[in-house]
Design a protein around this ligand. Structure first.
Ligand SMILES: [Fe+2]
Ligand SMILES: [Fe+2]
Length: 273
C-alpha cells in the first residue's frame, strides 16, 4: 500500500504566482529520474533473483518512485502548461539506459548495492526536504513533503536489508565507505544531467554533460541549508556503520557543507562562461 496517492494532493490550491521560475526546471528534471524507477526495479530483481522478500519490496518501492515522478510531472505541467511530461520522459528513456542485463550488482556485492541505494535515498530525502522548505508554492510544498517522507522510509527499507546481507557478506568498513563515496560522486554523472537536458532543453540542442550538470547542480544546491547536510551526513554514517551523531559526523557535515558551497560556485561560474 502506498502511503499517499496523487489524488490526495490539494491540486486546486496551486498558486501560479508562487511557483518560483528557478524551481520549475528542477522539478521537471527530477520527474524524469523518479519516473525511471521501474527500470531500476528490473535491475534489482535480477541482482536479488533468489530473494523473493526483497524483490517484492523492490517492486513496491518502484511504484512509489513512479508516483514521485508523476506528481512532480503533474505539478510542472501546472507551473508550465506548455511542458509535456510524457514526451519529455519518453525522450529521457530513449537516451538513458541502466544496465538491465546485469546478473550481479555493479557494486560488487548485495551489501554494496544496498549501501548505494541508501546513498540515493539519503540524497533524495534531503533534497525534497530542502525543496519543500525553499518553495512558497503550497502544492509543491505538499508534494515534496510526501516524497521526502517516502524517501526516508526507502532509506530504512534498504538499510534493513543491507544489515541482513552484511551479516552474511561481511564487507569491511573501508569498502563500505568506498562504495558510499563513489555513489555520492556519481550524482554528477549522466542520470541527472541528462534528465535536465530532456526536461528543459529544446530538441535541436545537443546534450552536453558539463553544461547540463552545471545547470542542474547550481540550481539544486542553492536550496540546501546546513541542517539538511547535517541530517544527511547522519544517514550516510548510519548506512556505512559509523555512529550517526558525534564529533566525526559533525566535522564531516561541516566539510561537506563547505565542499557543496565551493562546488556550487564552480557550477555557477561554468554556467556564466
Ligand atoms: Fe523518489
Ligand atoms: Fe526513494
Amino acid at each position: 500500500m502506498k502511503h499517499w496517492r496523487i489524488e490526495d494532493v490539494a491540486w486546486d490550491r496551486f498558486d501560479p504566482s508562487a511557483a518560483e521560475p528557478q524551481v520549475v526546471p528542477l522539478v521537471k528534471a527530477a520527474a524524469m529520474v523518479e519516473r525511471n524507477g521501474t527500470d531500476y526495479a528490473i535491475y534489482l530483481n535480477r541482482v536479488f533473483g533468489d530473494d523473493p522478500d526483497f524483490r517484492q519490496a523492490a517492486d513496491h518501492w518502484a511504484e512509489e518512485e513512479v508516483q514521485h515522478g508523476d506528481a512532480l510531472g503533474k505539478w510542472a505541467m501546472l507551473a508550465d502548461p506548455s511542458w509535456d511530461y510524457a514526451s519529455a520522459f519518453a525522450r529521457y528513456k530513449a537516451g538513458y539506459q541502466l544496465p538491465l542485463d546485469a546478473d550481479a550488482s555493479v557494486r560488487g556485492s548485495r551489501t554494496g548495492e544496498l549501501i548505494a541505494r541508501c546513498m540515493v535515498e539519503t540524497g533524495t530525502s534531503s533534497y525534497y526536504t530542502a525543496l519543500a522548505e525553499a518553495t512558497k508554492e503550497p502544492v509543491l510544498q505538499q508534494v515534496c513533503r510526501h516524497i521526502a517522507a517516502d524517501e526516508y522510509r526507502h532509506f530504512k527499507l534498504f538499510y534493513d536489508h543491507m544489515r541482513r546481507y552484511l551479516a552474511r557478506e561481511n564487507i569491511s568498513l573501508l569498502r563500505r565507505l568506498r562504495i558510499a563515496a563513489s555513489r555520492i560522486t556519481e550524482s554528477e554523472d549522466d542520470e541527472l544531467a541528462y534528465a535536465w537536458h530532456c526536461g528543459n532543453e529544446p530538441d535541436g540542442l545537443a546534450y552536453e554533460h558539463g553544461r547540463c550538470t552545471a545547470a542542474y547542480m547550481a540550481g539544486a544546491m542553492a536550496h540546501y541549508r546546513f541542517r539538511h547536510i547535517e541530517r544527511g551526513m547522519g544517514m550516510i554514517f548510519k548506512a556505512v556503520g559509523l555512529p550517526p551523531r558525534g564529533r566525526l559526523s559533525d566535522v564531516s557535515a561541516k566539510a561537506a557543507w563547505r565542499l557543496m558551497q565551493w562546488r556550487r560556485q564552480r557550477f555557477v561560474a561554468r554556467l556564466a562562461a
